[in-house]
Design a protein around this ligand. Sequence first.
Ligand SMILES: Nc1nc2c(c(=O)[nH]1)N[C@H]1C(S)=C(S)[C@@H](COP(=O)(O)O)O[C@H]1N2
Ligand SMILES: [Mo]
Length: 393
Amino acid sequence: MPGVKGPSDYSKEPPRHPCLKINSKEPFNAEPPRSALISSYVTSADLFYKRNHGPIPIVDDLERYCVSISGLIENPNELFMKDIKMLSKYTVAATLQCAGNRRTAMSKTRKVKGVGWDVSAVGNAVWGGAKLADVLELVGIPKLSSTTQSGGKHVEFVSIDKCKEENGGPYKASIPLSQATNPLADVLLAYEMNGEPLNRDHGYPLRVIVPGVIGARSVKWLDSINLIAEECQGFFMQKDYKMFPPSVDWDNINWSTRKPQMDFPVQSAICSLEDVHAIKPGKLKVSGYAVAGGGRGIERVDVSVDGGKTWMEALRYQKIGIPYIADDPSSDKWAWVLFEVTVDVAHSTEIVAKAVDIAANVQPEKVEDIWNLRGILNTSWHRVQVRVGHSNM
Ligand SMILES: Nc1nc2c(c(=O)[nH]1)N[C@H]1C(S)=C(S)[C@@H](COP(=O)(O)O)O[C@H]1N2
Ligand SMILES: [Mo]
């Protein structure tokens, strides 16, 4: 790839914020403290979780960087940054969530394989870039197509990084052509995050953003786009990021029986309290985030201070001064809501949160019921223990 390279070692990694909790150093995987998530609706790039499978690519000549578009397409093409920037620029507020968010807690029931994450493998950013639907139209694929003339039904994104799961090859993933060419799906080739050029960790110079879908499909450091007949056969589509039932373990797994996970299910987590939190008796503010995949709004967030026997409804908000209404044009459909409720706590207890989306999907109560060997999509009710002390707090 001209102008951009994928290093094979970790000697040229970018600088990172000291507050990030590092879950794996090489490749670099890190999340911010819980409290950082609720300090603002838009997560700053330096505190946004970083999920990598190899060393971070290096751009040495942006002028020469281009994305090739080929495969089952009548007119293969190469697009330079200037070609992509010539298209209308859209900004989309979208929450990115790693499918492994809250994996550590799932491992407590029964061990799962994968990088451990607390509740912060999620962040909300305003992504700026061209719509993939416009890019594909530019190379001759009309809007709302589900197949190209030569039989392309999926759009594969190939990166420049070198991943050990791909035996040193690049990270890749695909989405259906019908989603890629639907302007309402808001799939972006993004060059900006929160009004700034992407930084190296988040995909500089160009990444895909697939709103409402697990983070794994939002390929960073885009190198090429292929139109293909079947979904991408890469490791991260076929041998990872699939949801298996609790009965499947490493000795009886058959990867081909399940589809790659796309939309993420409804999720929420309390971010104002750690897992075990010491407080004084009295009023306590409980806040966190809630997010649903597929562009579904958050209809409700329930909070309990007695381990789930009785519930109170929390206040939801996105932007200050604009009341949040799920699925209303005034709300950001791909973005999380923050929630807040003041509760009374007299003695040590368990505080629980669960969210309900606009389709009335609700988080499952127990992690055991959704346990899966790769530890993905832990969306069970989020619980924190509060220890109430009466002196010296
Ligand atoms: N090229 C490339 N793209 C990638 C990855 C990667 O390792 N390499 N990780 C994926 C995963 S699993 C997630 S959750 C998101 C994380 O994006 P972020 O690091 O910007 O938060 O990027 C996705 N895109
Ligand atoms: Mo991920």
